[in-house]
Write a protein that binds this ligand. Structure first.
Ligand code: NAD
Length: 343
């Protein structure tokens, strides 16, 4: 069996670490060696059940560090690129870091992939449904042009176009996925579901933007990470694949479900002014990945949400340091912007 050496950038983050677990777990390819470069001090942890798993290595470093990235890429045949600034609300407070990390931080490994001494590395760029913008109705296939609204979405759209331009201009195998909103365990408590869950578990109020009418497609993380893996192994070079088909529901509907799980009432909800430029919805058409690669979400949303709620209840020691660092509790004296935790 030939071993494939895969560089998973940003593999210490929420989606990247789940992807690493998938690659190293029983459902993984079984023939992969994984290196995770990430500027987080915390390495992704391979599951204990993978004693016979291939080697896993964590490298603490910046994705914009050209010599570091070129050195790492030289030793890998494939790159799965998750590293990014990922929090929309932070991009409203300051976009510079998003442009640096998401645009330059994509161009740097792309360039290294193209110039790799042993031949170009395959590059899977993990992007988001937010690049399409926000239609009032209908759903958008991959052929629709990007119309991003937030600085985060604009930085991701720029990196998508950069990645695709590398394929068209220079020829390396570049593939792009655009996924809807993920949820599940190990999600940073600044994002809406873990923010609401942890606030409710701790007896605090939850901040609901405007009337709570913005709609998101919520896809369980296990259903997301199957997508990039299918595209990595079976997708076509130069192609974009939407990933979604979870459960579309408004933030008000989401809040209702979480209040029920917590045994709380609407008294626990604090209505806060809406986010500037808050996109109404991101409905992606996922026919292509379903038809070509057989991707189908499996997790029932109600069950997945209950499991996620239970995980945060049972993992206080994981969440508390992150929570206190990232997001003040609703009702605390804190800058208004830091209550904005929607993605
Ligand atoms: P995350 O913030 O949990 O993970 C991002 C990771 O990138 C972190 O570990 C972070 O330390 C790392 N990183 C950031 N800047 C870096 C740098 N300069 N150098 C090296 N590493 C750096 O976010 P996430 O939700 O896991 O998102 C990961 C990717 O998936 C992003 O590209 C995002 O656009 C995409 N995505 C996420 C979702 C979702 O719902 N979470 C949906 C669609 C697409």
């Amino acid at each position: 069996m030939t071993t494939t050496r895969i560089l998973v950038t940003g593999g210490a983050g929420f989606t990247g670490s789940h992807h690493v677990r998938t690659l190293l777990g029983p459902a993984g390819p079984g023939d992969a060696e994984i290196t995770v470069p990430d500027n987080s001090p915390t390495p992704a942890t391979p599951p204990a059940s993978t004693r016979s798993a291939p080697p896993f290595r964590f490298v603490h470093g910046d994705i914009c560090d050209t010599p570091l990235v070129a050195g790492l890429v030289a030793g890998h045949e494939q790159i799965v690129h998750f590293a990014a600034e990922s929090h929309v609300d932070r991009s409203l407070l300051g976009a510079a870091e998003f442009i640096t990390t998401n645009v330059l931080g994509t161009q740097t490994p792309l360039d290294a992939a193209r110039r790799r001494p042993g031949g170009p590395a395959r590059f899977l760029h993990v992007s988001t449904d937010e690049v399409y913008g926000s239609p009032a109705e209908g759903s958008w296939p991959e052929s629709d042009p990007p119309r991003p609204n937030s600085p985060y979405a604009a930085s991701k759209a720029s990196s998508d176009l950069d990645a695709l331009s590398y394929h068209r201009t220079h020829g390396p195998d570049v593939r792009v996925t655009r996924c809807s909103n993920n949820y599940g365990h190990h999600h940073l408590p600044e994002k809406v579901i873990p923010l609401f869950v942890t606030n409710l578990l701790d007896g605090h109020r939850v901040p609901l933007y405007g009337e709570g009418l913005n709609v998101r497609d919520r896809l369980h993380i296990d259903d997301h990470v199957q997508g990039p893996e299918l595209v990595r192994t079976g997708g076509r070079p130069g192609e974009v694949y939407n990933i979604g088909g979870g459960t579309e529901l408004s933030n008000k509907e989401l809040a209702t479900l979480l209040l029920d799980l917590a045994g709380a009432t609407w008294d626990s909800v604090e209505h806060v002014p809406d986010r500037p430029g808050h996109d109404l919805r991101y409905p992606v058409d996922c026919t292509k990945i379903s038809r070509e690669l057989g991707h189908r979400p499996r997790k029932d949303f109600t069950q997945g949400l209950a499991e996620t709620f239970a995980w945060y209840r049972d993992h206080r020691t994981w969440r508390e340091p992150l929570k206190h660092k990232a997001v003040p509790r609703a009702g605390e004296r804190a800058p208004r912007e830091r209550h904005r935790a929607w993605r």
